[in-house]
Design a protein. Structure first.
Length: 241
């Protein structure tokens, strides 16, 4: 297999789990991180131990110029990506009346603008390569049903859904599929401080999801078997909706 897959936010959490799940499957993995170089290097070492291979890129997805420059240079040197997993994201939860403009902007710039910033330099090279492709964006259950204290986060994740559904139409004839995954409550450092016992009462399966349960879906959507799946939002939430 000679297919290159970019994973943003690959140094921890769901992104790391995706990278490790894909490692033995033969993809050339491009691991993005923003600030934690040591963590990204550790992930790359784990990938190599699993028989995989890859490289590391560092940029802030909310910085349009930096993201475009680094991705364009990487594509010029190594060729177009076959798959892109837009996973990098942040949350900054607070009740809306107390939410500052800075808090709103930071989450929207990272989660929603970041989707544009990553995909825009990548899409035309994917089209020109004429090899089809896969774009997978991480939304959230909050983007589907909303959540108290997450007006900014939910707005950014709902925006991702709209973007995915529209981009899928544009790229379908190029055999490039575009889908979103909407995880529920997943065991990561982002959810470590949540009141788990209370949250589990809201989940019909009475447990949190595992990062590997997201990663396995990503692997399927990247595969040839998923070539006819596009413009979809796939929820992984234990029955919450």
């Amino acid at each position: 297999m000679n297919k290159t897959v970019l994973i943003t936010g690959a140094s921890r959490g769901i992104g790391k789990s995706i990278a490790l799940y894909l490692a033995p499957l033969g993809y050339n993995l491009v691991l993005h991180y923003n600030s934690n170089k040591a963590a990204a290097e550790q992930v790359l070492q784990e990938i190599e131990k699993l028989g995989g291979h890859g490289r590391i890129l560092s940029f802030d997805v909310s910085n349009r110029e930096e993201t475009e420059t680094i991705l364009t240079n990487d594509i010029n040197e190594h060729g177009a990506y076959y798959g892109v997993i837009c996973n990098a994201g942040i949350n900054s939860d607070t009740p809306f009346p107390a939410m500052s403009g800075e808090t709103w902007d930071k989450v929207l710039h990272t989660n929603l603008d970041g989707l544009y910033n990553v995909l825009h330099p990548i899409v035309m090279p994917m089209i020109s390569a004429r090899n089809g492709g896969r774009i997978i964006a991480m939304s959230s259950i909050s983007g589907v049903m909303g959540n108290r204290g997450q007006v900014n986060y939910a707005a950014s994740k709902a925006g991702i859904i709209g973007a995915v559904k529209s981009l899928a139409i544009e790229l379908a004839k190029r055999n490039i599929t575009v889908n979103a995954i909407a995880p529920g409550v997943i065991e990561t450092d982002m959810t470590a401080d949540l009141p788990i016992e209370e949250i589990q009462k809201m989940i019909p399966m009475r447990r949190m999801g595992k990062p590997s349960e997201i990663a396995s879906l990503v692997a399927y959507l990247l595969s040839d078997d998923a070539a006819y799946i596009t413009r979809q939002v796939i929820s992984v939430n234990g029955g919450m909706i």
